[in-house]
Design a protein around this ligand. Sequence first.
Ligand SMILES: [Zn+2]
Length: 235
Amino acid sequence: MKKLTQLGLCTLLSLSVLSPISFAENDFSPEEVDDHSSVFTPEEEEAYFKKLAEEGLETTTFRFSQTDWFECSDYVTGNYLNYKCASRRRIASILKDFMDEHLVNCMSQTLAVHNFEQMQELHIVHEGILGDPRHSPRSLHAENRAIDIHSFRVEFESGVNKNFVYTDLSLRPFFSDFRRCWGRAVREHNGCPLIQGNEMLTGSIGWEDANHQRHMHTSVPVCTNGRYSTSFFQR
Ligand SMILES: [Zn+2]
């Protein structure tokens, strides 16, 4: 796992030297908003991995270490919108770690601030994690480092369930607080500076962007020495 990370950093360094593309520190690249068209559906994802396996390439595809999300049985459960939970889904290790720790903490904190009772279980309905790296190689989806969140289903300690759907306008203050918390986690635990000095714009893209009206793009960006990598998108 360590080897993969080191390899990833080397690849990153050489890319940033060779690549003429670079984004200013606080720029919202116009290309960044387009990467979402290439997030795989479950069928496309299956076909993609099948093809890689046939070519014997699966283990060399990613620059950053990967793990599995057991959507049906993990600490945080989930499913792709309108699909059953997947017995396993590939995800970047860092995103999985952030989800298990900081996403859970941020939900607990935000629920407390908005006077909900204590959370017992958390389930994420999403619209994909992996994007087609052939289409958008610099998207964080290409490295499984971003998840497009449709809604959260929370089971409270009383056994009552509530869906927190991203498109519900009455929940905008709730999702704003969640995003600020996530942005703080990305800054404090992954060493990424705030985007435009704004916690809410750090590690997520939401309703302020025309292409993110249906889901909340939630990511763990690539940062080294307190700077965003120029070879990957900032969110
Ligand atoms: Zn996304």
